[in-house]
Ligand binder design. Structure first.
Ligand code: MN
Length: 229
């Protein structure tokens, strides 16, 4: 046993649908601009540019159903509903047709973004860390263990604020599908069990305010609910 100077923190974790067990989170990777309509609304190229990644701290995950404080340093927090892929088996340079074997399951997540800080970072050529990787910035609904023999390739993905629909698209609109995202991410790092990949958000992102109730879901993978205070 390693002798630590104080007890190490419990691993961050996500609930699992229909189970008392939890999924221990190792790292969080996120894909930028993976739906053409969202790439356009963010001023990007709707063509199939190579996917790029950013990260969040593992302990940025919070369960569905919680209330989080309005994030610090910002007056423009945006919601981004996303399909989350949960890795269950390590792999480096995974072939696309072998990616399903490395996945544990899927879920519904929200990539909360301090859009004002992101805009400043883009303008100054600085990292996105403070825009993306802050406390409570990765809400995630209970994960669903994979079934069958292929990743989800279609299904409605949506998000509403105070009951008003803001994002409404389909997983079939993903520019880079799940197999491609997992394969490409695994060329940059060795993926390990516990890693989560947020796969990008469809069009319709927008601000959330104190007191808002954010709900969302993905066909077949349940729903998420979040409150800000
Ligand atoms: Mn995102």
């Amino acid at each position: 046993m390693t002798d630590y100077v104080f007890p190490p923190a419990e691993p961050a974790s996500v609930a699992i649908a229909g189970s008392a067990a939890r999924f221990p989170v190792r790292r969080i990777f996120c894909v930028g601009r993976n739906y053409a309509a969202h790439a356009i609304e963010m001023g990007g190229d709707p063509e199939r540019e190579a996917p790029f990644f950013f990260t969040k701290p593992s302990d940025a995950v919070v369960d569905s159903g919680v209330t989080i404080p309005y994030p610090a340093l910002t007056s423009d927090v945006h919601h981004e509903i996303e399909l989350v892929v949960a890795i269950g088996k390590a792999g480096f340079e995974i072939a696309e047709d072998e990616t399903f074997d490395h996945v544990w399951g899927y879920g519904v997540g929200i990539d909360l973004t301090r859009r004002d800080l992101q805009g400043e970072a883009k303008k100054a050529g600085r990292p996105w860390d403070w825009a993306k990787g802050f406390d409570n910035s990765a809400p995630c609904a209970p994960l669903h263990e994979k079934v069958g023999n292929d990743h989800p390739r279609a299904g409605r993905i949506w998000l509403a604020v105070n009951g008003e629909l803001r994002q409404d698209a389909d997983l079939s609109d993903l520019v880079w599908n799940v197999a491609e995202i997992v394969a490409i991410c695994s060329r940059a790092v060795e993926l390990r069990a516990g890693d989560l990949i947020y796969t990008g958000t469809p069009a319709g992102v927008g601000p959330v305010a104190r007191g808002d109730v954010v709900t969302g879901g993905i066909e077949g993978f349940g729903e998420i609910e979040l409150r800000l205070e």
